[in-house]
Design a protein around this ligand. Structure first.
Ligand SMILES: Cc1cc2nc3c(=O)[nH]c(=O)nc-3n(C[C@H](O)[C@H](O)[C@H](O)COP(=O)(O)O)c2cc1C
Length: 310
């Protein structure tokens, strides 16, 4: 079984990936948060920081593109191939209204005929493998049958299925019955994504669907950064290791953003997941959440690390 880190815009950028890999090696691939290539055919500085190979050394990283324009997709794909990437992921799952209203991300799922044409143009000229990360549909999970027919026309290197529709965002329970149907119907390689939080969750899924060769984990890995190590039979999370990870990430953000405020903002999002590890985390979490500078933040963090793990 291969285990992948899910792309998470605003959280799993190149700084995070480097520091995570340093303290918790073993992730089979980090899928990068999406970049949206435009008709200008230039990457922004922020995008370059995310994708430059020198910022992604020592681990496998897969860039992700979000667009509905084949020409812009292919421009970015060629640039990324020239940098040495051998797989590019196509985002068909982003549920954000600003994205779907422009017919991108999960918005593409509402028009299978257009998607068929678009994928035709992309796969005809793609310089490297193209994998797809998709939801079941825009409104109804029944849409997935038709979408699977579309995908089957192309050499999709890996179909990563997040078994929710766009309308579900991230709250609705995972729709396993539709994932099950997809496993029966779709002949290509499938990766499961959604709601995996523990070693037991992954073991149950593996037993249920022995055909699946990979799983993608997002929030579960933010809540327990050592989860993939545990899945590979190594020891569980230790507080010392988590502290070292935390401190290095904080310093790395500080050096990158050159702003305490921005660094604290990024760390808060991570703590919204990590706090679940600690017994009685409410009080220090409130301190961390309210912090606006490094000093207030560090005082909350010190208190948090003084608590026992659950
Ligand atoms: C804050 C946040 C940012 C995300 N950014 C992306 C993204 O850039 N590309 C993408 O394909 N999915 C993105 N996702 C979706 C995740 O990759 C994943 O599909 C989702 O969280 C469900 O998996 P999980 O339950 O293991 O977290 C994002 C999710 C969250 C919560």
């Amino acid at each position: 079984m291969e285990y992948y880190f899910a792309p998470m815009e605003g959280v799993t950028g190149s700084e995070f990936r480097r520091v995570h890999h340093k303290y918790f090696p073993g992730v089979d691939a980090y899928y990068m948060p999406f970049i949206s290539p435009t008709q200008d055919h230039v990457f922004t500085q922020r995008e370059l920081r995310n994708i430059l190979p020198e910022n992604n050394q020592g681990f496998r990283a897969v860039p992700q593109l979000l667009t509905k324009n084949a020409e812009n997709f292919l421009w970015a794909a060629r640039e990324l191939a020239a940098m040495g990437y051998d797989e590019i992921n196509f985002n068909l799952g982003c549920p954000s209204a600003t994205v779907t209203s422009k017919g991108k991300g999960a918005g593409l799922l509402s028009n299978p005929e257009f998607l068929y044409q678009l994928l035709g143009e992309i796969y005809e000229k793609a310089p490297v493998k193209i994998s797809i990360k998709t939801r079941l549909g825009m409104e109804q999970p029944e849409e997935f049958e038709r979408l699977l027919d579309v995908f089957q026309n192309y050499p999709v290197s890996l179909l990563i299925i997040h078994p929710r529709v766009r309308q579900d965002f991230y709250q609705h329970p995972i729709r396993m019955e539709y994932f099950e149907k997809a496993v029966q119907q779709y002949p290509g390689a499938i990766c499961f994504n959604g709601g995996l939080k523990t070693v037991e969750d992954c073991a149950t899924l593996e037993k249920q669907y022995p055909k699946i060769q990979s799983m993608m984990i997002g929030q579960g890995l933010l809540s327990n950064p050592a989860l993939i190590q545990q899945l590979k039979g190594l020891s569980g999370l230790e507080k010392k290791q988590l502290m070292a990870f935390h401190d290095t990430l904080f310093q790395t953000y500080l050096e990158t953003f050159k702003s305490e405020r921005n660094t604290v903002f990024h760390m808060k999002e991570l703590w919204s997941y990590l706090m679940g590890l600690f017994e009685g985390a409410e009080k220090p979490w409130k301190k961390i959440r309210k912090a606006v500078d490094g000093a207030g933040y560090e005082s909350g963090v010190q208190e948090m690390f003084g608590l026992p793990f659950k």
